[in-house]
Design a protein around this ligand. Structure first.
Ligand SMILES: CC(C)(COP(=O)(O)OP(=O)(O)OC[C@H]1O[C@@H](n2cnc3c(N)ncnc32)[C@H](O)[C@@H]1OP(=O)(O)O)[C@@H](O)C(=O)NCCC(=O)NCCS
Length: 173
């Protein structure tokens, strides 16, 4: 039987396991520095999936704003599940838990840059008109996705303002 997982807010003592998780989940991309830069920031929601004491999944949501607007928004990512524990609903559960927490705080919309075939399973729609910090290559346009949390139907508009760890062109394609 597959042991069950539980979700909880990330603890400072998880740092080593999180670094190992991202190295295993993204062998060709170095996301550890981004995760470590973001994790202590006050506007960042960090959730971990645990099987016993083993950290098997992790997600960050970075709160941001839209230039000239009062709505609160958040960016999902990175998200990683350990290769040995995939297809058990851990990724989906981490996303759902984050969205529930952000909705309770009054965040209006969440954005993600990722594979639409995966994120559409969690309610994201392709092609947000929100302007990211750096231009996304045309062939990735569908990967820039959005989801309202406040019950409204339309995609918000405006320029996305995020904390400094996200202000690196290579993170946007
Ligand atoms: C993507 C990832 C987070 C999914 O984690 P997970 O815990 O396995 O996800 P879930 O159990 O919630 O969902 C698994 C389902 O999504 C599907 N899936 C995974 N990646 C997918 C993708 N890129 N496109 C379409 N479907 C995908 C799986 O085939 C599986 O389908 P099934 O339920 O019909 O068997 C994990 O595979 C991972 O860490 N990948 C490497 C890092 C990465 O790519 N992260 C960001 C995604 S853009």
């Amino acid at each position: 039987m597959t042991p069950s997982f539980h979700l909880r807010a990330t603890s400072p003592t998880d740092q080593e396991q999180i670094a190992a998780l991202y190295t295993a989940a993204f062998p060709e991309e170095d996301l550890v520095a981004l995760v470590e830069d973001l994790s202590p920031k006050p506007g960042v929601l960090s959730l971990s999936a645990m099987i016993g004491a083993q950290l098997v999944g992790h997600v960050l949501f970075t709160r941001g704003r839209l230039e000239g607007r009062s709505a609160m928004v958040a960016l999902l990512g990175p998200l990683a599940v350990h290769p040995d524990h995939r297809r058990q609903g851990i990724g989906k559960a981490l996303i759902a838990d984050g969205l529930t927490r952000l909705k309770a705080e009054g965040v209006s919309q969440v954005l993600v840059l990722g594979d639409p075939a995966y994120y559409s399973r969690s309610g994201f729609r392709s092609g947000s008109r929100i302007i990211p910090p750096y231009p996304i290559p045309a062939e990735w346009a569908e990967a820039w996705q959005w989801q309202r949390l406040d019950g409204a139907e339309d995609d918000l508009a405006g320029r996305l303002v995020l904390p400094s760890p996200w202000m690196r062109q290579e993170l946007w394609g």
